[in-house]
Design a protein around this ligand. Structure first.
Ligand code: CTP
Ligand code: MG
Length: 175
């Protein structure tokens, strides 16, 4: 039973790690190159940069390799080296999509959008993992205890890490 909770949480670390790593590596050229959407607002805004996106994806992947590929026979070992990459990529795609939606809703970069901020990245990471590795998704999340705990942990972890990032001076706002 505990393996059905602990293993999925450890496996999901690349998706959780990608966002704070994006904050750490972020800055420089914006993903949207400063361009605007036909509605006159930024496509993504200044909070989404290439360095942040790539740092989040590659950094999350590296964390996953460290936790879940190198200890090859551990119960949480991934079946392959691309698994943590799909999770970190899904996480950052969700983060980017969340910003796109926020801009379309007229929200400034950095504005608070609890559901999108919490669940945009985790649901997209889960969805991409399901699409790319359906068999592994099934093995990991059936029965779905881990999935439930991940969804319950997401807002808490997100909030905790953002407050930490704010206190450390890495983020402009504590959300
Ligand atoms: N960041 C980045 N590139 C990314 C994601 C994040 O550079 N792809 C950095 C930016 O400095 C950003 C900070 O991490 O300001 C916090 O990320 P996030 O909360 O996702 O962005 P917001 O600034 O809140 O912008 P948005 O409203 O678009 O989510
Ligand atoms: Mg934000």
């Amino acid at each position: 039973m505990w393996e059905k909770i602990i293993v999925p949480i450890i496996a999901f670390i690349p998706a959780f790690a990608a966002n704070p790593l994006a904050v750490l590596f972020g800055g420089g050229t914006p993903l949207d190159f400063g361009r605007r959407f036909p509605d006159g607002r930024p496509i993504l805004g200044r909070g989404k940069t290439w360095r942040g996106f790539l740092g989040g994806v590659l950094g999350g992947w590296a964390v996953g390799v460290l936790f879940g590929v190198l200890p090859g026979r551990a119960p949480w070992a991934y079946p392959g080296i691309l698994h943590p990459l799909v999770l970190s990529l899904g996480s950052m795609l969700g983060d980017t999509l969340g910003s796109f939606i926020k801009r379309r809703m007229g929200m400034e970069s950095g504005a608070k959008a609890p559901l999108l901020d919490f669940y945009g990245f985790s649901l997209t990471a889960l969805l991409l993992y399901f699409l790319v590795f359906p068999g592994s998704f099934g093995a990991l999340f059936h029965p779905p205890w881990g999935l439930i705990v991940i969804l319950a942990l997401t807002p808490l972890l997100h909030r905790g890490i953002n407050v930490l990032g704010y206190r450390l001076g890495l983020k402009r706002v504590p959300w």
